[in-house]
Design a protein around this ligand. Structure first.
Ligand SMILES: [Fe+2]
Length: 254
């Protein structure tokens, strides 16, 4: 059984600390900084066996160097970003299955936010680590790839089972929620989820993980091919990539 701990880092990053007690393996996903991870590990008296990265951005890899130095961990990262992430031990690519914390994990190449971004899916744990590709009610900005690549990447994630818990790279939920409510004004599920999110935020709790099945009904970026949605929110195109692009640009300027 895998335990997943959420560590807050930098201004709004999430670092995920994974612990397999049975196999005595500990891993960390996207350590944007080392210090909170070291504190956490000291407290638990655990070693750190694996460091995993979804993409090369500094707020996801900034702690790599120090953690690898202290704990002699193995670094698992996307093969596509080999030039941009130093000291990778295990390169992973699309559709491969790797063991993370001793748990079989499927790798999805999800270009768009960066060209080499990958997401990690653990079928046994029903858990997806989506980095900066899919956020709660949002998606990553398209920095390196094309809008079409990002849309296709999101479709890959959308095809996962409804009961998947999604762990994303940032706490952007409140601003994503404001945008979702702005363009999608008549969505009962979104209204209900928005109340739950507000309650969590009031208590200072993380809004992750979130459920993928619900997300498919409320995340505007996952609905660019939903004709009813497109009509309701007044998008101009019937082409999914164009609609996605329109939603992404609206959000960029929101
Ligand atoms: Fe990023």
């Amino acid at each position: 059984m895998l335990e997943i701990f959420i560590i807050n880092a930098l201004s709004d990053n999430y670092i995920y600390l994974l612990r397999n007690e049975h196999k005595n393996i500990t891993s960390v996903i996207d350590p944007g900084e080392a210090e909170p991870v070291i504190k956490f590990l000291n407290n638990k008296r655990w070693n750190l066996d694996e460091v995993i990265n979804t993409h090369h951005h500094h707020d996801h890899v900034g702690g790599n160097r120090e953690l690898l130095h202290i704990y002699k961990s193995k670094l698992i990262a996307p093969s596509y970003e080999n030039e941009r992430i130093s000291n990778i031990d295990i390169l992973v690519s699309d559709n491969e299955t790797v063991n993370i914390t001793g748990i079989p994990t499927k790798v999805f190449h999800t270009p768009g936010h960066t060209l080499g971004h990958v997401c990690f899916y653990m079928p046994e744990e029903k858990s997806l680590f989506s980095g900066d590709t899919l956020f709660y009610l949002g998606c990553g900005r398209v920095f390196e790839g094309t809008m079409e690549q990002m849309w296709l990447s999101l479709l890959k994630l959308r095809s996962l089972p409804e009961d998947t818990s999604v762990y994303c790279g940032h706490e952007y939920t409140l601003s994503n929620m404001k945008f979702a409510n702005y363009i999608d004004t008549n969505n009962a599920v979104l209204n209900k989820v928005s109340l739950e999110i507000k309650k969590k935020k009031e208590k200072g709790l993380p809004t992750v993980p979130f459920n993928l099945g619900v997300e498919k009904k409320i995340n505007p970026f996952l609905r660019a091919d939903d004709n009813n949605f497109i009509k309701t929110v007044g998008l101009s195109s019937n082409n999914a990539t164009e609609s996605f692009c329109e939603i992404r640009l609206k959000k960029d300027n929101f």
